[in-house]
Design a protein around this ligand. Structure first.
Ligand code: HEM
Length: 411
């Protein structure tokens, strides 16, 4: 990779009339290349070595590489705004600003988040515990001792696709495409390159399908989409947000959880001593989930735009600068984490990573994701004495970390 310290005008994204300059290390190679998407960690190590804030020449934006600065950005939405889009794809940012929960700010964001969150509150999650447990137990019973199965498709996808997609309550026809559409959107959001552009038509197909099918006649009564319709009828949600928030459930709720579940399975298979520890002490379940998403953060990078000139980690950023927080990089920051590349479920602070974000936009669905994964682990603990995994394959997605295949055996 070709990197160098560059004199960047602080007005990089505004006008050149302000002549002040500040030295910002620059990463000049393609940040969303196939090579980086396949294995981003060598590049992340290089970025952290360059500095806490690095100019990504190929994307025309700044990257935050350290935990402490990521926290500063994520907890100051008035300065680091989401309203102009949060992706690393400029075209998508133009279209999506203000059109998704995550691309709104302030009072509008808080109101929408309250409506979106309704089926994800602890009490609502408790109500689905029985269904999740039943489904997880029969899945684990079926897979245990049955030889090699596909850890991603047969195991990690199961609860999101059988239970969560039904809870969203979208019509049966189309449901089989939800995961593919969600993945395509994430791929498109990750960058304007060949892979991002190839994914765009499938992401657009989802929007078209949702616009035609998320209607009072087509969605399941009592489902999450139906609850959005009810919120609209009660005067608590503008019409256009019914489809938008339903799409948010689909994009944000499936792939991320599948990724976290399969990464955890992979780590537990590679580290039998950690699986034994977890079986002996199920109180470590949340730490195990935390470690899996810290090491392989399902969402690798999200961005913000500065609302005013601001100094970040010694670098002057002009108003209007785009700053990308690389979750996958900051979660392996060796200044924050001892033995940052190691999977260790006994870390006392294993849940204090940034893989679910932080602050006002912190993941609103994390309770559901953890509930699903915890239910699977609870079903496995009494039954599965050994998890065997073979070589995994990663899906080289822009801006996300997702396994595509993990041959697995439960003994
Ligand atoms: C392991 C699973 C998951 C991971 C790792 C994850 C990760 C994240 C991260 C990092 C953010 C913050 C992004 C930012 O600040 O730019 C976020 C926000 C969000 N997540 Fe998740 N997520 C997961 C599961 C879910 C689920 C299951 C849902 C919904 C059913 C969901 C819905 C959302 C939404 C709507 C936001 C935006 C919140 C806001 O702007 O207020 N996520 N997620």
């Amino acid at each position: 990779m070709k990197c160098q310290a560059t004199e960047l005008p602080i007005v990089a994204q505004r006008s050149v009339s302000m002549a002040t300059k500040t030295a910002v290390p620059s990463f000049d190679a393609d940040f969303i290349s196939l090579e980086v998407a396949t294995d981003p960690y060598p590049v992340y190590t290089e970025l952290r070595g360059l500095g806490p804030v690095v100019w990504l020449e190929s994307l025309g934006m700044y990257a935050v590489t350290r935990d402490v600065l990521a926290r500063e950005v994520l907890s100051n939405p008035a300065i680091y705004s989401s309203a102009k889009g949060v992706s690393t794809n400029p075209g998508l940012n133009e279209q999506s600003g203000g059109a998704m929960l995550i691309t709104t700010d302030g009072a509008q964001h808080r109101e929408l988040r309250e409506v979106f969150r309704k089926p994800l509150r602890p009490k609502a999650l408790q109500e689905i515990t029985g269904r999740l447990t039943e489904e997880a137990t029969s899945l684990v019973d079926r897979l245990t001792g049955s030889g090699t199965f596909e850890g991603v498709n047969d195991f990690a996808c199961h609860l999101p696709l059988t239970i969560v997609s039904r809870l969203i309550g979208v019509p049966e026809e189309g449901r089989e495409h939800l995961l593919d559409w969600g993945t395509a959107f994430i791929e498109m959001a990750g960058g304007d390159n060949d892979r991002g552009r190839a994914a765009a038509p499938r992401a657009m197909e989802m929007i078209q399908w949702a616009t035609e099918n998320i209607t009072p006649e087509r969605v399941s009564k009592g489902g999450w989409a139906h609850q959005l319709i009810e919120a609209h009828e009660a005067g608590g949600l503008d019409q256009e947000w019914i489809v938008r928030l339903t799409i948010d459930y689909i994009i944000a709720g499936l792939d991320t959880t599948i990724s976290a579940t399969s990464s955890l399975l992979y780590q537990l298979g590679r580290h039998p001593e950690q699986w034994n520890l977890l079986r002996e002490n199920p109180g470590l379940i949340q730490s195990a989930i935390g470690e899996a998403v810290r090491l392989e953060s399902p969402l690798q990078a999200m961005s913000r735009v500065t609302t005013r000139d601001v100094e970040l980690g010694g670098v002057e950023l002009a108003e209007g600068s785009r700053v990308v927080v690389i979750f996958g990089c900051v979660n392996r920051d060796e200044e924050r984490w001892e033995r940052a590349d190691q999977f260790d479920i006994t870390r006392p602070d294993a849940t204090e990573h940034l893989a679910f974000g932080l602050g006002e936009h912190a993941c609103v669905g994390q309770g559901l994701a953890k509930h699903e994964i915890q239910t699977l682990l609870k079903a496995m603990i009494p039954t599965v004495s050994e998890i065997e995994v073979d070589e995994p394959a990663w899906h080289p997605l822009n801006g996300a970390r997702v396994l595509s295949s993990l041959p697995t055996r439960f003994n």
